[in-house]
Structures are given as structure tokens and as C-alpha cells.
Design a binder for this molecule. Structure first.
Ligand code: MG
Length: 455
């Protein structure tokens, strides 16, 4: 942990018992408790081995400031977020490391509207933590830890309220679910059964060692899902990350579909129901999104990369739908946060209504060759490299919200410093692979040239 910063792009993250010790977690809990004051807050967690160790340490800290802490137990992040807003809580603490490897865990703070707090609010908690401005209460006023049951059921029912249950049930879909041995297993298989699906679950037992696969759902980590879809002759495969706020899909042939593509299929369908609606998406998303939104007459708002930024912007502009290329789907009428089970239910609704298999819906999307590259750049050089690239791309059609995204009539290239790794990402896409390759090489060259110049 650096000197004055605790929170990264997705809360506090670290290795258990190295960065995240119980003492550290308790101190973070005191800072969060002092931030909230004497309020009622939820605490929930994913299925990691350290979930009780860390959540109870954080809870103890918050209780020492007079917070009453209500424990949901193991639950998907979006289920906890839903409960905060709809079951009358003042905020929440979620202990999860999302898609990170098993040795990691993390702490996220959610506001009363169910969305993670913004950076400025995190800075308030950091200031309390480092300056040790702890407002502990006398013994007579310490908070309590109480069980808070019913969160999973309320969440599941809410999702069903946003899809055409009858239409999905009629199709009797055969679905394989891979919740990566974590909390998605507590909701998605049951939800899909209630939607009339025949469900086969793989990696469905809760196990913080993640014996089935790494918790990040990507084409290369979802081999079992792909095989299972083929073996069971399923219509669809559904995979979540460790806290089930993301959802990746396999088509009926077992092919893992990139998040850009499933996101566009969902956006296309939602815009048909909400003409002229606002779509929010980070600059890392494919230009397919632009094509779809233009075709449907909607409005597109680009943001920086980061799910909290996307959620907050959705609320500002009253957006109904957003997507990230990593399988994040945000469905505004339900809640403006990434939601894996909601994404799965929407996809089933779309398949039921369109009457086409997922592979065909993918075929019908605008076609682009997408090349994603990375260039190593030390963190302390990132800004200078960016200044150089901004200077050199002056006059081109570009977005400079997060890195530089340059658009040509037939192609796009995004050159962006990673928020978490010492690299620049270069994403190029064009109608044909040769053009995409050329643009990616140009982007890589721009980064390298400006890195040399800054050294
Ligand atoms: Mg996640």
C-alpha cells in the first residue's frame, strides 16, 4: 500500500495476510465507520477463503464507530448493491477481489444509492485512515453485527421483474452455468431454472481455492464451459467472475463470445425498447457500439475506463444501458451497476424473442477485426508519453477522455495507459485485419517513440 492511497480503480485490493491483514482491515473498518457515522450498513462477501476473516475485521472496526453492521453472508456484488438501495441501508462494504486470483481479496465501499462511492469520497476515507481521525464511540454505543437474510431472494425476484418470464419459460432453454466456484452459484442457476431453463452447473460449489478455473472469465479461461456446452447440447453457456458482476457467454456451438459482441447484442435490443435512449460506455469499447447506437437512433456517451465511472455517468445522464468489453452489462431499469445475473436473464429474453441462436446474432453484428496489444511503459513515464502522443495526433478526429482514441472513417485505434499495470494498451479495429494490424503497429510505434523521447 502506498503512503497516502488505499483505493485503486476497484476498491482496496491486495494479497491476504500480506497487504490485507486482519489488523489492516480493522483499521480500514474504523475509517469507513468514521466516514459513515452511526448508520446502518450492509456487509457481504464473495466465496474467498479470507471472506469471514476480513469482513469481520472490517465490521469490528466500523462497529467501534457506532455503525450497525448487517451481514448478508456470501452474495454477488450486484445483489448487495441492490439490497442497499431497495432494502433501506445507508451504505455497504463488500469484501471481494472480483476477478483477481485466489490469494487476493479486497474491500469496496458502496453509497446509499447502491453504486460504489466516487474517488473524492474514497479520499475522505483515506484522509481519516492516514490521519487516524477515528471517531470511536463509548462502550455503551458500539454497533452490533446482525444477520441480514433475504438478499439473494429479493435480488432474484427483481431481475425476473425486468424480463418476459413467460416468453423465456416457453423456450425451455438448455443452459450451462460456470460461476467459478463463487457467489454466482447462489443466484444464477436458480434464477435460470425459475425461467424454465434446464440448467447444468459446472464449478458450482463454493470454494475459495477456485479449483475449477481462474476467476476472470475470458475465452482462454472458459474452456470447460465451451466443452460442457457442446457435451450437453446446450443453447447457451453463462460464466461469471468471482463476485458475479460480469457475465460472459458461450454460443450454442461452445464458442466463447467476446464481451464487446454480447454487449452490442444487448444494447441493440434495449434500444429497440427505449428509442433515443442514452448509452454509456468506456472508450475501451468497440466501435461496434457506435454503429449500433447510430442505427437505433440512440445517443452515445463515452467515459473513462472504470465501472464506477460508468455507473455514476449513467445516473447523471439517465442512461438505460451500458456495457464494458470485459462482460460488464449495466441495465438502468434494474440498477446502474454491472450485474452478471441480470445480463444472463436479458440474454435469454433476447434469444427467446429473436428466435435465433446466439451465433447467428453475433453473425449479424457489424464486422470488425480487433487487435489488442500492450506496450510496457513504466508508471512514472506514462504521463509524458501521453503528452507526446497528444501533440502528435493533433488535428486527427480523436477522443481524449482516457488516453487517445483516434477515429478514421473505416477504423479506430485507442492508445491508453493502463490504470493498474505498467503498460499502455493499444486496441485497433478495422473492417479488415490488414488495416487493423497496420493501425495497431502505428499505435505501438507512437508509444515507443514517445517513451524513448521521454527517457
Ligand atoms: Mg467483478
Amino acid at each position: 500500500m502506498s503512503q497516502r492511497i488505499l483505493f485503486g480503480t476497484n476498491g482496496i485490493r491486495g494479497i491476504v495476510n500480506q497487504d490485507l491483514t486482519p489488523e489492516f482491515a480493522a483499521k480500514v473498518g474504523v475509517a469507513i465507520g468514521a466516514y459513515f457515522g452511526k448508520k446502518d450498513i450492509l456487509i457481504g462477501y464473495d466465496a474467498r477463503t479470507s471472506n469471514i476473516l476480513l469482513s469481520h475485521a472490517v465490521a469490528a472496526g466500523a462497529m467501534s464507530c457506532g455503525c450497525n453492521v448487517h451481514e448478508t453472508g456470501c452474495a454477488p456484488t450486484p445483489a448487495i448493491q441492490y439490497a442497499v438501495k431497495h432494502l433501506g441501508m445507508d451504505g455497504a462494504i463488500i469484501v471481494t477481489a472480483s476477478h483477481n486470483p485466489p490469494e487476493y481479496n479486497g474491500i469496496k465501499v458502496v453509497a446509499s444509492d447502491g453504486v460504489e462511492i466516487v474517488r473524492e469520497e474514497e479520499e475522505k476515507i483515506e484522509a481519516i485512515f492516514f490521519e487516524e481521525r477515528f471517531s470511536r464511540v463509548p462502550w455503551s454505543d458500539v454497533g452490533r453485527l446482525e444477520a441480514f437474510p433475504g438478499v439473494l431472494e429479493a435480488y432474484k425476484e427483481a431481475i425476473k421483474g425486468h424480463v418476459d418470464v413467460g416468453a423465456i419459460q416457453k423456450r425451455r432453454f438448455n443452459v450451462v452455468v460456470d460461476p467459478t466456484n463463487s457467489v454466482g452459484a447462489l443466484v444464477t442457476p436458480d434464477l435460470l431454472r425459475e425461467l424454465g431453463c434446464k440448467v447444468t452447473t459446472i464449478n458450482g460449489n463454493l470454494d475459495g481455492h477456485f479449483p475449477g478455473r481462474t476467476p476472470e472469465p475470458r475465452p482462454d479461461t472458459l474452456v470447460q464451459l465451451s466443452e460442457a456446452v457442446k457435451a450437453f447440447g446446450a443453447d447457451l453457456g453463462v460464466a461469471h467472475d468471482g463476485d458475479a458482476d460480469r457475465c460472459m457467454f458461450a454460443d450454442e456451438e461452445g464458442e466463447i463470445v467476446l464481451g464487446d459482441k454480447t454487449g452490442c447484442i444487448i444494447i441493440d435490443w434495449v434500444l429497440e425498447r427505449h428509442p433515443k435512449a442514452v448509452v454509456v460506455t468506456p472508450v475501451s469499447s468497440s466501435r461496434m457500439v457506435e454503429d449500433i447506437v447510430r442505427r437505433q437512433g440512440g445517443e452515445l456517451v463515452w467515459t473513462e475506463v472504470g465501472s464506477t465511472i460508468v455507473s455514476r455517468r449513467m445516473l447523471e445522464v439517465n442512461s438505460v444501458i451500458s456495457m464494458e468489453d470485459n462482460g460488464g452489462i449495466f441495465y438502468g431499469p434494474h440498477q446502474s451497476v454491472r450485474d452478471g445475473a441480470m445480463a444472463a436473464a436479458l440474454m435469454l429474453n433476447i434469444l427467446a424473442e429473436r428466435g435465433k441462436p446466439l451465433s447467428q446474432l453475433v453473425e449479424e453484428l457489424p464486422r470488425y477485426s480487433i487487435i489488442k496489444e500492450r506496450v510496457e511503459v513504466p508508471n512514472d513515464q506514462k504521463q509524458r508519453v501521453l503528452q507526446g502522443i497528444l501533440e502528435e495526433t493533433k488535428g486527427l478526429r480523436r477522443l481524449t477522455i482516457d488516453g487517445v482514441k483516434i477515429s478514421f472513417d473505416d477504423a479506430t485505434v485507442l492508445i491508453r495507459p493502463s490504470g493498474t499495470e505498467a503498460i499502455y494498451r493499444v486496441n485497433a479495429e478495422a473492417g479488415d485485419e490488414k488495416r487493423a494490424r497496420k493501425l495497431a503497429d502505428w499505435g505501438i510505434e507512437l508509444v515507443k517513440k514517445n517513451l524513448e523521447a521521454s527517457c
